[in-house]
Structures are given as C-alpha cells and as structure tokens.
Write a protein that binds this ligand. Structure first.
Ligand SMILES: Nc1ncnc2c1ncn2[C@@H]1O[C@H](COP(=O)(O)OP(=O)(O)O)[C@@H](O)[C@H]1O
Ligand SMILES: [Mg+2]
Length: 493
C-alpha cells in the first residue's frame, strides 16, 4: 500500500481492484458528479478516472477539477483505459491535464510508479514546508478528513464518530459548546454513512415555531392563510441522507413532541396533510446546552432526551486539558488553509513562539470558531512571514489590547478611535466589504460593525454618497434580522 486515499471514477470493478493494490482506502464514484462530492470530503492523494465513462465526461471532469483546484495541492488525475474505448486517446488526455495515462491492468507497474512518485513528492513537501496538510488530520479518518486534531479527546471523538456512523444508530446526538465542531462531526458521520445522499441542516433556534414546523415537515396547500401551494419539508428533502437539527434545545416544546413521534414511528405528516410520509433519513441533533438540565427545568421533553441520548458524541471545549494539544495544530492548519488574503497565501508560514504561547494561554470561549477568526485576523495584520504576538488580537474590541499592538499598522501613533477606525477599514477592504466576514474577523457582531461604519462614516469608495452605503448596510441588517430562515445566526465571540 503506497497511498492513503484514492478516488476511482469508474463503473468497472477491475479499476477499483487496481486502485486497491496501491491505496488503503478506495472511494468509488459512478459518475463525475459523484466524484466531485467524494473528492471534496475524502481528501484523496490520487484520482483514477476510467476512460470508459466517456471522453466528454473525462474532459469535463479534468476541466472542472483543474480550474477549481489551481493550487499546489492539486490532486493528480490518472486516466485508465481498459481497452473498451477502442481508440488511443492517451495524448489527448494528457493535453487535457491528466497527469498520466495507463493502459489497463497490464500497465499496473506504471501505476505503482506514479503512486511512489506522489508519495515521494508529499514527503519532500512535508520536509520543506514543515507540515503537510494531511498531517493535521488524525490517521485513518478518511471521510472525516476535515476534522483536525491529534489530541486524545479528538481521537476518541473520531472513534465514536466512526462507530456510530458504521452502526444503524438513529437518532444521533452531538453535544458541545458553540464552535467546538458539532456540525463538522455531523457531516463526518453523514459522509461515512451515506456520502452520496443529501445533508440537510436546519437551525432550530433561527425560526419561529410555525415556520420551523412547516420548514421541517412541509405543508399542504391551504393549510394556513399564506400556504397557497404545497411545500415539501426538509425532512422529506433529506431523503435517505441526513437531517441535521442544529441546536435542538431551542426547539419549541410542541414541535419536540412531533419529532419524538418521527423518531418512534419513522413517519410524519405535512402541516395540514393527511398522508403519512416515511422518514428514511438519519436524524442528527446537536445541542450546546445540557439537555438533561433543560429537561429538569421543563424546557425540553425528558422522553425526547432519552430517545436522543443513545450514543452521544460529546465534543469537549478547546480549553479542556485533553484538547489543548490541538490549539497549535489548529492554528497552523488555519494559517495554511485560509483563503482570506490571497496575496499572502503561502507567504506566512508559521507562528512565533510567543504568539503560540498567547494562543495556548487563552480560554477560547468561542472554541475552534474563535481560534479560526483570531488566525484569520492575524494573517490580515501580519506584515512579515511569521505571525508574531503583535498580530494576535484575541479581543479586538478591547481598547487596551488594541493600543498595545505594535504591528496593527503602527496604531500607536494614533488615538484609539483612529486605530479602531483603521482596523475596521482594513478588515472591510481586505474582505471586499463582505460585512459578515469583516465582522467575524474583527470579532464583533454585524450590528456593531454597522454602528462603527456609521460612527466613522466609512465608505466603500470615496466618490459615493456616504448615506448610500449606510442605507444599504441598514437594509441588509434588517433583512437579516427579520428573515424567516437563517442557517446560522450571527454569533458573537
Ligand atoms: N476539529 C476541527 N478541525 C477543523 N476545523 C474545525 C474543527 N472544529 C471546528 N472547526 C471549524 O470551526 C468552525 C465551527 O465549527 P462548527 O462545526 O460549526 O461548530 P458548532 O456546530 O459546534 O458551533 C467551522 O468553521 C469548522 O469548520
Ligand atoms: Mg453550529
């Protein structure tokens, strides 16, 4: 076995067998749409595509793959022709961007050679750049590949995720503070259990009781005043995939009863409907509250709690003693993978000892999400090739911290208000005035960002009327506040 993960795009078992000889985990895809889904989550070392799926499909696959992944981590693609195409298109495949071409199973040794080269290259990269991206992930975590961590806690979580995913356990409960990676864990379970089926997430805290009910279950035509047509609910849309009930503790108690019924009977009805609809989906619920305590306080149904709490995945906070080891690993991972400042990509390669110590000391109430924001902010501020202590702003709105930050664009020369104005201006500029992203970077809510934009009269481009921007900003904020469905409410860290 030379490589860890290979995606084999083929309907032929012999292609998969061939892949199995050089890779420890093989992900098979029947067509290119499936292949892209799998590639996104499996993080493969090599893609083998069968010429037999059709020249057009191979061309389209290479086109999309190469344009989407124009970076050094581009996964190499080998085209294999088992002879059914009847033509020799090897040259054409190479021109299309394939890294190599092999002539069916008899060319196995060539494939072995390609695998050895890929392995070699990744080892050299590891030595040169300190860390290869794959080293951030716990070994063997395949479909859960985007879960970074090598601490005992995360390894235990991964073990549990795999056990639960391989079982028929339904529902699954994931518990942890905000930002600990509950949604990521849910996606990992989904990816292991049924990667090709839909993953549908619904935030139970973001909707009113009535809206949540009709979002989840759908409604029949005329079931209430504005129901002028029939609506399919998310539960039905999840099909045989996963429905992720995020923040289930916030679900209104009446609706909890309906969910309990779905869990017990595996059927539900649309709002105002009479037909029973079967629910085939895996139901994964998450909570950042202690559901047992919620039940004791009569805010959560005890019977639903027991039904959910079969094999819970409990993700500890980042500050827990058995997870602290992951802080520096996650920091380096976010440094390597951030796409926030394309100009700086690959230029900032590490963090200084002092910066790492500052990260280790912090308590991370916003957990991994907060850490990611701190690193992104540091990338934005840093002007050298190493993130220094000066660029680590853990509480950016804390004036003392801001004043003491030497590398935040020479802010010491200015008043605090000027420094804040400058920092906000930079965040907006670097994010192309994407306010949600800028607010997250600054560690403030969108509402605070709008207030500051107004206070400092910041404008996207100096020719425009300042009031235009504010009206747009205010409108945007209102739409967000009153919109009926928001996948994740703005979070304050
Ligand atoms: N172990 C981890 N490895 C890499 N990224 C993580 C990890 N845990 C969380 N994240 C990232 O942190 C952010 C918050 O994670 P999320 O799953 O949404 O947390 P939660 O649902 O618990 O609030 C996301 O951007 C996620 O990708
Ligand atoms: Mg979440």
């Amino acid at each position: 076995m030379v490589l860890n993960r290979i995606v084999a795009v083929s309907r032929e078992s012999e292609v998969q067998q061939l892949a199995r000889r050089i890779g420890s985990e093989i992900f098979a895809a029947d067509n290119i749409a499936e292949a892209f889904d799998i590639i996104r989550t499996a993080n493969p070392d090599l893609i083998i595509i069968d010429a037999n799926i059709g020249l057009c499909d191979v061309r389209q696959f290479l086109d999309i793959h190469l344009t989407q992944n124009k970076n050094p981590e581009n996964v190499p693609v080998v085209v294999i022709d088992c002879g059914q195409t009847g033509t020799d298109s090897s040259g054409e495949f190479l021109r299309m961007g394939a890294c190599d071409y092999i002539n069916g199973p008899r060319d196995y040794h060539r494939l072995e050679l390609i695998a050895a080269q890929i392995k070699n290259k990744s080892q050299t990269e590891t030595e040169n750049s300190g860390k290869n991206l794959k080293d951030f992930f716990a070994e063997d975590c395949a479909a859960a590949a985007s879960i970074v961590g090598l601490s005992k806690a995360i390894l235990n979580n991964l073990k549990m995720i795999k056990l639960v995913a391989a079982s028929r356990c339904n529902p699954v409960l994931i518990v942890g503070e905000t930002g600990t990676g509950k949604e990521l864990a849910a996606k990992a379970i989904h990816n292991i259990r049924h990667p090709r089926e839909p993953f549908v997430a619904v935030n139970c805290a973001a909707l009113t009781a009535n809206l949540l009910e009709s979002e989840l279950f759908g409604h029949a035509k005329g079931s209430f005043t504005s129901a002028d047509s029939e609506k399919t609910g998310l539960m039905e849309l999840a099909g045989s995939g996963t429905i992720f009930l995020d923040e289930i503790s916030e679900m209104p108690i009446d609706l909890q009863a309906k969910i309990l019924r779905v869990l017990q009977e595996k059927t539900f009805r649309k709002v105002g409907g009479i037909k029973n609809i079967t629910c085939n989906a895996t139901i994964i619920a998450s909570s950042n509250r202690n559901l047992q305590k919620e039940a004791q306080a009569n805010r959560f149904r005890l019977d639903l709690y027991y039904r959910l709490n079969i094999c819970p995945v409990i993700i500890p906070p980042l500050r827990a003693h058995n997870r602290r080891d992951d802080i520096s690993l996650l920091a380096q991972y976010f440094l390597r993978t951030s796409t926030l400042c394309p100009d700086k990509k690959g230029k900032i390669t590490s963090l200084t000892k002092l910066a790492l110590e500052a990260l280790q000391k912090h308590d991370w109430p916003g957990n991994v999400r907060e850490l990611r924001n701190v690193i992104e902010r540091a990338i934005l501020l840093e002007t050298t090739d190493k993130i220094g202590l000066g660029s680590i702003l853990i509480n950016p709105t804390d004036c003392n911290e801001l004043a003491a930050t030497p590398s935040a664009g020479h802010v010491r020369e200015f008043s605090l208000a000027k420094a804040e104005q400058q920092l906000i201006g930079r965040a907006l500029k670097e994010t192309g005035w994407q306010k949600t992203h800028a607010a997250a970077l600054l560690g403030i809510t969108r509402a605070t960002l709008y207030a500051k934009v107004k206070q400092y009269n910041l404008k996207k481009n100096s020719n425009s009327d300042p009031t235009d921007e504010l009206t747009e900003a205010e409108n945007e904020l209102q739409t967000e506040e009153f919109s009926s469905f928001s996948p994740e409410p703005a979070e304050v860290i």
